[in-house]
Design a protein around this ligand. Sequence first.
Ligand SMILES: *Cc1c(COP(=O)(O)O)cnc(C)c1O
Length: 394
Amino acid sequence: MSQQHTSEQYFDESAAHRRFETLAIHAGNTADPLTGAVVPPIYQVSTYKQDGVGGLRGGYEYSRSANPTRTALEENLAALEGGRRGLAFASGLAAEDCLLRTLLAPGDHVVIPDDAYGGTFRLFAKVLSRWGVDFSVAHTSDPAAVQAALTPRTKAIWVETPSNPLLNITDIAGLAGIARSAGARLVVDNTFASPYLQQPLALGADVVVHSTTKYMGGHSDVVGGALVVDDAELADELAYHQNAMGAVAGPFDAWLVLRGIKTLAVRMDRHCENATRIAEMLTTHPRVSKVLYPGLPEHPGHEVAAKQMKAFGGMISFQVDGGEEAAVAVCDRAKLFTLGESLGGVESLIEHPGRMTHASAAGSALEVPSDLVRLSVGIESADDLLADLQQALG
Ligand SMILES: *Cc1c(COP(=O)(O)O)cnc(C)c1O
């Protein structure tokens, strides 16, 4: 963490062979050169003393451009996604905004999924559309639908897999081929899977997007976002815009995400184990009409998920017999599952997407079923979680 940031510095050849669990703990986490502190300090600082005009002592000049705690996180993110460069932002949407305003110009077009994260949809529909960026909505699980949505102006295909909240699965490698022949970039929002379960760059994606607020941070105590790319030129363009636009992760937030990531592998194992047990219970429950979980053999994306993911994740959605009011009542009756938005923390959450996270998609192509309940399955005792859901379902 000593030289001014260049794209090459983020790619440590000697560590590239290490396994995920090791990289999660060690990549970017070099002992502090001054004190030997094993954990990178929170460099809560805005500016750096220069050794004469233009002489940068440690490679840093101003913390919007680069900050050592953020550099540690960015190196870690790059290693975990197998990319050349990671960039940390103030939120997932700040990362998305920086990416899209780097890639796109007025007149350009993007294909987005028909169940994109509500905030992603809002960014396209309400913000970028005012700047002349056009988009089409397609069911990205179906490659023919994506192909049909392409125009000569399409510059990017946006994918979320598993998607939010319908847990649809998109074949990343398949869409990478379509994007390449169309001259468009393939962007994968990897928030639901995390790099432990799925590594989009290795499957042919150009850019990985994260809300690090979710599984990466993992403790519902920080809001953050990230981009990871392998292409050196794109990395430099994004870094330029990150500094020019300024929505960077602060040092304390970067430190919290870096801390969360150390346990990502063990947390994800437990999230997946607990979710599998809950999904199995829900499929046999008389009040549940449909369970959406890619780990279930009957899920339409099960085979693709098994091919591109290590396991099936901690998110489950299900539909409740009795419609919207019945679904809302289940959310209200849950006790151990906390009623709340967001996901990916150690504590289990329950919510009604139609009235909560996806309320802004009402009336659009992204509207979600009104009888849908979404679970973010935490890492508590699975037995306690099962008991709570059973009582909430009545
Ligand atoms: C939460 C979320 C985002 C947005 O991230 P913020 O950190 O809330 O800005 C983007 N994509 C997905 C899939 C998310 O769940």
